[in-house]
Design a binder for this molecule. Sequence first.
Ligand SMILES: Cc1ncc(COP(=O)(O)O)c(C=O)c1O
Length: 458
Amino acid sequence: MDTIPNSPAARDIAYFFHPVTNARRHEQVGPRIIERGKGIYVYDDQGNEYIEALAGLWSVAIGFGEPRLAKAAAAQMEKLPYYHSFSHKSHMPGIELSERLVKMAPVKMSKVFYTNSGSEANDTAIKLVWYYNNAIGRPKKKKIISRIKAYHGITIASGSLTGLPLNHRDFDLPIANILHTSCPHYYRFGRDGESEEDFATRMAQDLEDLILREGPDTVAAFIGEPLMGAGGVIVPPKTYWEKIQKVCRKYDLLIIADEVINGFGRTGKTFACETFNIKPDMMVLSKAITSSYQPLAAILFTDAIYQAVADNSNKIGSFGHGFTASAHPVVLAVAMENLNIIEERKLIQNAAAMAPVLQNGLRRLSDHPLVGEVRGMGLIAAVELVADKATKKPFDPIGKVGSWVFERAHDHGLIIRAIGDSIAFCPPLIIDAAQIEEMISRFRKTLDDAQAWLRQQG
Ligand SMILES: Cc1ncc(COP(=O)(O)O)c(C=O)c1O
């Protein structure tokens, strides 16, 4: 760490409290200051280059340093830098993006509501579910079912939907009426001799049992990432979504598809709802919608929900929910230009074409002594490191090796994400085959280092 008292590092430690960071460790190691980005690369203030193998936080679809987004933001700032959309006000970026998203949606959606983050979007989805059920005279039907290892955000309600211990512990979460059903990770939770399809049947049965235990007239909705991201990149087992949706329909649960990571090409199709044939009542989008050049999330919902919500807003005077920066015109102008670029450069087609290069390339690491499972689809994947390949025994403590690998990867010019001991990959959608091979080669070197380190440790 740079210890000059007035250095950027020292000032960072003095003033900047970092999200999702061990604060005491940060005082010792200080920040890695990222200064600029270009394409799939970012550069720190020491001039080091890194492949951004997680596209920031699963989000920079078009890559870093795209001047067209800067121009779109500047043009909108000059014309109308801000306006709200409360009380019947509107603006062209709001009208245009809403029309575009509804037309892009894989199932018939009616309206779009905007927030500044995925967390706020999932809070909004919960509020819409509650408002809707009150509107149609089902005031008891309020519980929402999420899953163990889900990630849906960190605000009080969305953080409750999240099914990860570190996001709950000591924050007094989850709140009441949010439940978690089983995690559909076949490698970890499949039983000996159980086929993937049988595992999916058991997952659907677990959901049905939970609904019956709680009382179907109290359970309002099921929320899921089509392919789970921040919980470890968990690809649903074959037939999972078909069976889960059947249970939801049987007990009249709304289905909320959280496409915050999956949306806009990540699984090789525009939306993962297409990949897994999911017919949601609500879809939550964010991240790649602006390639995270600006903060934005969108909730799309069906006409059945809209009609009930509209009637209720009329009955009680208003739909009393919205943010100062909901549908911020500069942010939406950036989203429009970002979607133009995704279309013009055929980035979703590129994700589909590059998928085998990434997936097969990472699977070639399966023979590495540390690698337990390689999983993924499209341009998202994870490599799970284990202490014993044969028994799938995890390292003790879980996460120690993952953290070491995450740190060491920087020395090989690679930024990845460690989720426990699963190493996640989610590169910008612009990545080409040579860059994927280079990314995997840097990762293999890191794994070899990890193996040497573990041997040293005995
Ligand atoms: C699937 C999913 N939903 C919601 C969120 C929360 O989004 P935000 O961090 O913008 O609040 C995330 C963030 O990673 C996510 O992956």
